[in-house]
Design a protein around this ligand. Structure first.
Ligand code: GLC
Length: 440
């Protein structure tokens, strides 16, 4: 947790007035232009009847309720859930296979925000005319950007995601610490005080998600961005071979070396790390907003209900930078009943549905006004730090070969965290790989 250089982080986001307004295009780097086709054309959204929704495992437990609400009023156009695995890479693989087989088994795809360029360029998803999505202007602009490829819309953002720092407020208070840490150094110092308390004996300091999967790309990108670096620069060119990126990776590598990050964390995805926090094994946890509802549950499933707080992610010299997460609903090109599909997507994007969802699950809505809703803010104190997290969030590279790009990032970060490859070599090799994958 030492860093050689200080620097000023680029101001990448401009918040306008009190609403959530973001300039995503200023910070994400464009697409790589690696494909000669311009993406799927706007096919007619025709055909009515039953549809399916292909979604990653619903850890929120509320998705079927949302679908039931649609099904109750659309008896001849029911949506059936096709549940895919929990990890994002495995979901992507199944969706790609489905598209390559030209199958109509999946009508609507719950797409991770990072897949849009790849799916659009390969014409696996259908372009959606903007006038078919009446509420588009009400959604957080950065989330809408995630659903675009070459300025055309290929999906509708249904959930957003921003990383949050969950912390044991009870233990920090006992240790005489009043505020959540804003820097990594403060976080480690806070841990040392907390871990000296008898009730914190054996607790780990901090974890994020460090298994080799998409979550590692998220956590690596956050470490790099929170140290002032970037994965790609503002022109979309790879930029991981820099002192700033090394400072970010070093933070994680040193965390494992010193034990501030427990060894077991190398096997953690979202759910494993959530459970460790809920079982009282961690002082600090980086995770998404869905964890709030689960950790706050008072039905006996969480040992930390009433004992934790939520803050923005810490960084090297001040507040950190989250990766922009979330999910867009897209229509598979090979799907039948596309007229039903777009109506269903609009239903799920509506303010009423998004409000119903946040009330049950604490997932991040994409509807901007919900972040300023006084009653919701009272009920869900994580909404303010979440808004701050999403406002400053950085997109992962928007590139057609995203599957290969994320695999390269995961390998480099994993090898460095495991002590197999020195961080500077891992980053130099990664730079070379990314340069071959992201061509201008
Ligand atoms: C969450 C985010 C998604 C991210 C994934 C990584 O589901 O919404 O964008 O890629 O976590 O595990």
């Amino acid at each position: 947790m030492r860093f050689e250089r200080s620097h000023t982080r680029k101001a990448a986001v401009v918040a306008v007035a009190s609403s959530l307004v973001l300039l995503a295009s200023a910070c994400g780097g464009g697409d790589d232009g690696g494909s000669s086709n311009g993406g799927g054309s706007a096919g007619a959204l025709e055909g009515r009847g039953p549809i399916t929704l292909a979604s990653g495992k619903d850890t929120s437990g509320n998705l079927q309720n949302q679908l039931n609400a649609w099904n109750a009023s659309h008896p001849n156009e029911k949506v059936e859930l096709k549940e895919l695995p929990e990890d994002a890479d495995a979901q992507r693989q199944q969706m790609v296979q489905n598209a390559q087989a030209n199958s109509d088994a999946y009508s609507v795809l719950v797409m991770d925000v990072v897949w849009t360029s790849e799916f659009a360029a390969n014409q696996w998803i259908t372009q959606i005319p903007e006038d078919k999505v009446p509420d588009l202007g009400k959604l957080i602009p950065a989330t809408v950007e995630t659903a675009k490829y070459r300025d055309k819309l290929y999906g509708v953002p249904i959930t957003s995601d921003g990383g949050l720092l969950y912390y044991r407020k009870d233990l920090l208070t006992k240790a005489g610490i009043t505020d959540a840490p804003k820097t990594w150094a403060d976080m480690v110092a806070a841990c040392q005080k907390v871990q000296a308390l008898p009730e914190a004996k054996g607790m780990g300091c901090y974890s994020g998600q460090f298994e080799k999967y998409e979550g590692l790309t998220v956590n690596f990108a956050e470490a790099v961005n929170s140290a002032g670096g970037s994965i790609v620069d503002k022109d979309g060119k790879p930029s991981v071979n820099t002192p700033e990126a090394k400072a970010g990776l070093d933070e994680l590598v040193n965390g494992f070396k010193t034990g501030a990050i427990p060894k077991a964390a190398i096997t953690y995805k979202e759910e494993e790390s959530r459970r460790a926090f809920q079982e009282g094994k961690l002082v600090f946890l980086r995770n998404w907003p869905y964890v709030y509802a689960k950790a706050a549950a008072t039905d006996g499933t969480s040992k930390v209900a009433g004992k934790f707080g939520v803050a923005p992610l810490p960084g090297k010299d001040g507040p950190g930078v989250s990766s922009l997460g979330g999910h867009d609903y897209a229509i598979a090109s090979s799907a039948k009943n596309k007229a039903t599909a777009i109506d269903f997507i609009n239903f799920m994007a509506s303010e009423a549905r998004q409000k119903a969802n946040i009330e049950k699950t604490s997932q991040a809505p994409t509807w901007a006004s919900l972040y300023d809703d006084a009653a919701l803010n009272k009920q869900f104190p994580y909404l303010a730090p979440l808004k701050a997290s999403i406002e400053k969030a950085q997109p992962r590279p928007r590139v057609v070969k995203y599957g290969d790009v994320t695999a390269a990032i995961q390998q480099a970060a994993y090898d460095a965290l495991n002590g197999k490859v020195a961080p500077d070599k891992a980053l130099a090799d990664l730079q070379t790989k990314l340069q071959s994958l992201i061509t201008q």
